[in-house]
Design a protein around this ligand. Structure first.
Ligand code: MTE
Length: 337
């Protein structure tokens, strides 16, 4: 991935929604979603097409998502003392190489992505394989809002309010067999609507592929997202369905997913295939293991500009060590980067 010189952001501090509550892992795990339904529905959800966040572009949520917004558990997980990144930055500074390699390309080009109808294939080592229309695929899941840090391997970061559901809920539905050890995710491949896939210069062997070990996928922090900032995902952020794994570098969070496979071998992932010495399978955020070409000790939190670069220390596991470090007990994280 390329590092670009930061340009001044067009967003003001006043666009930023202030800090909200923080729930520990215990409360995350123990949080009861029952009873939160209509009674807890914030007024801005009732007022269709609005959002609790400032500066959010009105979306056009599909009917199945509108229904789910009403029973969403808002702020199920959040961060303490860190401002949420303005919507404008989160949706105009993107990596989605299917739509170009500049940070502004996805916002400019992803309008061509057709997200309805959308289907998801479940296959491999599962008891319930099949191809599901997205609205059917989504039926069993209760949505939660998860406000997470997002740390890109390129050393910039954001704080984003996602809407999604735990991958562990998905795994319960698809019934992995005893041979399933990893979960593999694949992005849509459609050169007609994805200009980056038509480019002769692309380094990527499409489709974009990512994967997790099964116990990583079972961790309560790992989610499948269908929305952000109280609305559906904008196309440039990976509509209609993407992965979000907040303790790993952003490239693990694969966008616009069409296929989910349970597999027995570690899947070959996109960035690992391009440069295995730079991008590993694990890709855990780790300030003590530098990228061969730059330090990972600190990061630039958006919005950032020339005169207010907004640099902060990077935290081990992106600040989620308490919840995830046990997954890597006994592993050398310098080798398994
Ligand atoms: N998924 C696909 N299919 N294609 C991509 O180029 N880029 C990844 C990840 N998912 C990418 C992708 C990278 S490098 C990052 S940092 C995040 O998406 C960025 O997510 P965002 O644009 O929503 O901030």
């Amino acid at each position: 991935m390329l590092i670009k010189i930061p340009s001044a952001s067009g967003c003001n501090e006043s666009d930023v929604t202030p800090e909200s509550i923080y729930l520990s892992r215990r409360s995350l795990l123990g949080a009861s979603v029952a009873g939160l339904a209509v009674s807890a529905m914030p007024s801005w959800v009732q007022a269709a097409e609005s959002s609790q966040y400032a500066g959010v572009e009105t979306g056009n949520a599909p009917a199945w998502l509108k229904g789910k917004l009403q029973s969403t558990q808002w702020q199920a997980v959040t961060v303490k003392d860190e401002a949420i990144t303005p919507f404008k930055d989160a949706t105009h500074y993107n990596n989605f190489y299917e739509f170009g390699t500049d940070k502004g390309d996805p916002a400019q080009n992803a309008g061509s992505l057709q997200t309805e109808p959308w289907s998801v294939v479940i296959d491999g080592e599962v008891g319930k394989p099949g191809r599901y229309a997205l609205e059917d695929f989504m039926k069993p899941y209760q949505l939660e809002e998860r406000i997470y840090r997002l740390r890109c391997v390129e050393a910039w970061s954001m704080v984003i309010p996602w809407l999604g559901f735990p991958i562990s809920d998905l795994l319960k539905q698809v019934e992995p067999t005893s041979k399933a050890k990893y979960i593999r995710f694949e992005t849509l491949q459609d050169p007609k609507t994805m200009p980056g896939q038509r480019s002769g210069f692309a380094l990527i062997d499409w489709p974009y592929v990512e994967g997790l070990r099964l116990d990583e996928a079972m961790n309560p922090l790992a989610i499948m997202a269908v929305g952000m900032y109280g609305r559906e995902l904008p196309n440039q952020n990976g509509a209609p369905l993407r992965l979000v794994v907040p303790w790993k570098y952003g490239f693990k969070s694969v966008k616009s997913i069409v296929r989910i496979s349970l597999v027995s071998e570690q899947p070959k992932t996109t960035w690992q295939s391009i440069a295995a010495n730079e991008y590993g399978f694990y890709a855990n955020v780790n300030p003590t293991v530098d990228h061969p070409r730059w330090t990972q000790a600190h990061e630039r939190r958006l919005p950032s500009g020339l005169f207010s670069p907004n640099i902060r220390q990077t935290e081990m596991f992106n600040g989620y060590g308490e919840q995830v470090s046990a997954l890597y007990t006994g592993m050398d994280l310098r080798k398994n980067y």
